[in-house]
Design a protein around this ligand. Structure first.
Ligand SMILES: Nc1ncnc2c1ncn2[C@@H]1O[C@H](COP(=O)(O)OP(=O)(O)O)[C@@H](O)[C@H]1O
Ligand SMILES: [Mg+2]
Length: 271
């Protein structure tokens, strides 16, 4: 089971969008996919067509990660109505905020790892949508992850913020979780005609070299439309949805390559 966190220090840069795009790519390829919504805003849960209500959610599991409770808390995404396959969600909740402490005990920091251990054999890929901070929730998510992708827009502050995030990943790797590595920087909402954006992307590449992931993700209304309809991107009609679906397939491919985990034989070729 390959576990990847999607993080950024800022809100609104596209963490949830990238989480949903990759989940859609994985689901379309027949991978058993779990999205863990660690963000108290719970946008990923909404985007995956699950009603946040009386269900058990991540906050219950952070308080008590008993294996039977973990299984009860995971719900199928409404996406599974579009085609056959397994795509599930561990719901987010505003109550998770109570766990977003600046410091964690040794026991607390392994909580998400403990939760995921209960479903280790049930999924091929787990995508964790993190809140926009480096506090407890993000650190618990990272400790349970093989890789962390930092999502950023091509803006004035992206280099500094990305550098801070990489430093935090490195600290956690050295202190707590030796398997943790940065996957790279996903540059999102790029306007290819914008000179400012090109300048910022060049700056990121100078700083982080091959860690800046290809392809960069352009700004496309189709993404917002698919999200608004709580639909997986890979079934959304139109050329720009198709273009974005291909982009997410490529990023997913790169995740499997860098972690050197082969996909299960049942996986279908990317559409
Ligand atoms: N590449 C993109 N093209 C168009 N809209 C985007 C793109 N990426 C994100 N958005 C939109 O920007 C808003 C913020 O993105 P979101 O993924 O929710 O950010 P975060 O999870 O980092 O807060 C959402 O309305 C989303 O639909
Ligand atoms: Mg979000």
């Amino acid at each position: 089971m390959l576990v990847t966190s999607l993080s950024s220090l800022k809100g609104g840069v596209g963490k949830t969008t990238v989480t949903l795009g990759l989940a859609s790519a994985a689901f379309a390829q027949g991978l058993r996919t779990l999205v863990v919504d660690m963000d108290p805003q719970s946008d990923a849960s909404t985007g995956m067509d699950v009603t946040i209500g009386r269900h058990l959610n991540i906050s219950h599991l952070l308080a008590n990660p008993r294996a039977s409770q973990v299984r009860n808390a995971i719900v199928p995404s409404g996406w599974s109505r579009t085609y056959k396959g397994k795509v599930d969600v561990l719901l987010g909740s505003p109550a998770a905020m109570a766990f977003d402490e600046p410091t964690l005990t040794k026991k607390q920091i392994w909580r998400v790892e403990e939760i995921l251990a209960a479903v280790e054999n049930d999924y091929d890929i787990v995508l964790i949508d993190c809140p926009p901070s480096l506090n407890g929730l993000t650190r618990m998510a990272w400790t349970a992850s093989d890789r962390v992708a930092i999502v950023t827009e091509p803006s004035l502050f992206s280099v500094a913020a990305t550098q801070r995030a990489f430093r935090a990943i490195d600290e956690l790797r050295r202190g707590v979780s030796p398997r943790l590595r940065p996957l790279g920087v996903v540059v999102n909402r790029v306007r290819p005609q914008s000179i400012e954006h090109q300048y910022r992307i060049d700056e990121l590449k100078q700083m982080f070299g091959p860690l800046v992931m290809e392809p960069e993700l352009p700004e496309r209304v189709a993404l917002q439309q698919a999200q608004g309809a709580a639909s997986p991107l890979h079934v959304w009609p139109g050329e720009s949805a198709e273009e974005m679906a291909l982009n997410f397939n490529m990023i997913l491919e790169r995740i499997f390559l860098t972690v050197q985990v082969s996909k299960p034989e049942s996986a279908q070729p990317a559409r």
